[in-house]
Design a protein around this ligand. Structure first.
Ligand code: GTR
Length: 356
């Protein structure tokens, strides 16, 4: 059971791993800690933390995906580049599968310094800095090229530093593809959503988006979704292809509606004080390493999306695409989101729309 797994994970982390990290006296000879995985019963071994050598800095990065997911691949490239470029003086350890907590609490921990780095989605971050909601506005980005033109341009780069007053530094964006709905029964039009309970990220704009479509939003941590679909607590959820596959949600909710309502990117964030405690050269080195990892993550995400789609189609999911009229209905239904979340950012939204 996922909830039990999470419970054990937390117990193990709080009473096992964290004391080792705090005292810095972990010992690899003591053997690993066994942690059950999120969506199945295989055990995952997490080696106790390394003791920093003289002058070495060890930092932690939180990730909620498993090892094979493109986001985790990106994190690991980031960690490797930092290690290589500092000759091992700075080491970043990636804690994947949400073992450092769910996304919302990880964001808070990065903000208050309990975790040094995290790769998270921009949606839950926007509750700290509402400007980031721009990146979650429904149907704003025409396609992936449009999104990346904006993220790599002035708007994207300005939004990266918008969290600094909140003690968070955005280092680089990672690709998340487009999010679409998957449900236990087929959804073809807005009216089909009526009365359906749809899981959303713990994010206000996503909650409002689901309500605008006439469904009942159920915000919850990512790691709880499988069980909630299984227990009929929700009738479906929404995510990108790679996550739909890696979470195995397709086993329970096989109707996939390609509506691509949002393209909220992923972001790698750092605690501001952790960064400021490093020399200017190291800060730059970390920022560049993260940007370089983003290039590899993007390529990996594209391949992963293609492979996921192919695998899922072969494994019985049923795809529905929005027809022109249905798309118009979707656009109309979500227009209220622009009134609420777009009203203070009309200029930026206009610039985004005009970006070719
Ligand atoms: C994934 C994203 C995760 C998390 C998750 C969710 O696409 O990579 O960080 O935000 O969606 O829906 O909770």
């Amino acid at each position: 059971m996922i909830k039990i797994d999470f419970f054990y994970k937390k117990i193990i982390i709080y009473f096992g791993l964290i004391p080792l990290l705090i005292t810095g006296c972990s010992n690899t000879n003591k053997g690993g800690i066994t942690i059950p995985q999120i969506s199945n019963n295989e055990a995952k071994i997490v080696e106790p933390e390394l003791k920093p050598k003289d002058g070495q800095i060890i930092l932690r990065l939180a990730e909620n995906h498993p090892e094979s997911h493109p986001d985790t691949v990106g994190d690991k490239v980031f960690a490797r580049l930092v290690e290589e470029r500092t000759n091992g003086r700075i080491k970043i350890i990636v804690y994947d599968e949400g073992i450092l907590g769910d996304e919302k609490s990880v964001v808070e921990q990065v903000q208050y310094g309990g975790i040094d780095f995290a790769r998270v989605n921009c949606a839950p971050l926007a509750d700290i800095d509402p400007k980031l909601n721009i990146l979650s506005l429904p149907f704003l980005f025409r396609d992936s090229q449009h999104l990346w033109k904006v993220l790599d341009g002035d708007i994207g780069q300005q939004l990266l530093v918008t969290l600094i007053p909140e003690n968070i530094i955005g280092l680089a964006y990672y690709d998340s593809g487009a999010r679409s709905f998957y449900t236990k029964k087929m959804v073809k039009s807005v009216s089909d959503f009526k009365g359906m309970k749809i899981r959303v990220q713990q994010s206000k704009i996503y909650t409002d988006l689901i309500s605008a479509l006439g469904a009942i939003p159920v915000p919850m941590p990512f790691g709880d979704v499988y069980t909630s679909i299984q227990m009929n607590e929700v009738d479906g959820a929404e995510n990108n292809w790679s996550s739909y596959l890696s979470t195995k949600h397709y086993e329970l909710a096989k109707y996939f509606l390609i509506d691509e309502h949002t393209r909220t990117p992923e972001i790698v964030i750092a605690n501001k004080r952790v960064m400021e405690n490093l020399s200017k050269e190291d800060q730059l080195l970390i920022k560049n390493a993260c940007k370089d990892s983003a290039a590899i993550q993007r390529e990996t995400a594209i391949t992963s999306e293609m492979k996921a789609k192919e695998y899922l189609v072969q494994n019985g999911i049923i795809i529905t695409e929005l027809g022109l009229n249905e798309k118009k209905e979707f656009d109309k239904a979500v227009s209220s989101i622009y009134n609420t979340y777009g009203k203070d950012n009309k200029d930026i939204i206009k610039k985004i729309r005009e970006t070719q």
